[in-house]
Design a protein. Sequence first.
Length: 275
Amino acid sequence: MTTTALLSCAGRPVGRYSYRPGTDNRPYLHPVTTLAGTPVTEERPADHLHHLGASVAVPDVAGHNFWGGRTFVRGQGPTALDNHGTQRHLGWKLRDPDGFVEELSWEADGTELLREHRTVAVSEISGTAWALDFSFSLTNRGGRDLSIGSPATNGRPGAGYGGFFWRAPKEPAPPAVFSGTLDGEEAVHGKAADWLALAGDGWTLVFAGATDETRRDPWFVRTTEYPGVGSSLAADRRLPVAAGDTVVRRVVTVVADGRLDRDTAAAHVRKAVTG
């Protein structure tokens, strides 16, 4: 049975959030569109079939894959393993057109590794831009400490992905990417920045960490191979989650029509994060 939440802003549909047990290993947002209706997410693209719009995806939680696809094994490379986990939808605490609150269980081998409380809210920024406020808290409710990793922490340099991740549409030309001070994939990838913009054909996404901890996480950025941006939980070292502890992150994404310049992107972020 598919579980769905439909999101709208300024009276227009802007996002669909769904989870299909047995088909998807996690719930995700797709399609997400600008206010003018331009799609800004991609689902199961041919280059990475496990990329699912906008979601929380983690390649290594105590050795279990909550990302999809192959697992990077030190000294061996990407390897197909029977180690995949599932983010199981437990229920809605709230579900309205402008957002929802959801409870999820991160499970593998019949065991709950993490319990998640997820909050998603939509707000209007201008006549051509809106914001998606996405926060999640991951609690280790078990009796044993665990940790979150990435291909980078398992031996693949530069591949520190895992956490909030947004797969954008692939277009004939790669999108532009810039932060408040830097331009280009090589310059921004693996760096922490208050915000990061990805600009394609007629659209711009501006991602912003909305808590101090989130802003300290480096950005994982791809534009040449495929268009995607993530906020990295374990960019270069494993993130411990002791028994009883909770990891909290909040990313606000501005979804805008047109190509924003640096000043406009920064102004939209300030409005989206501070309200």
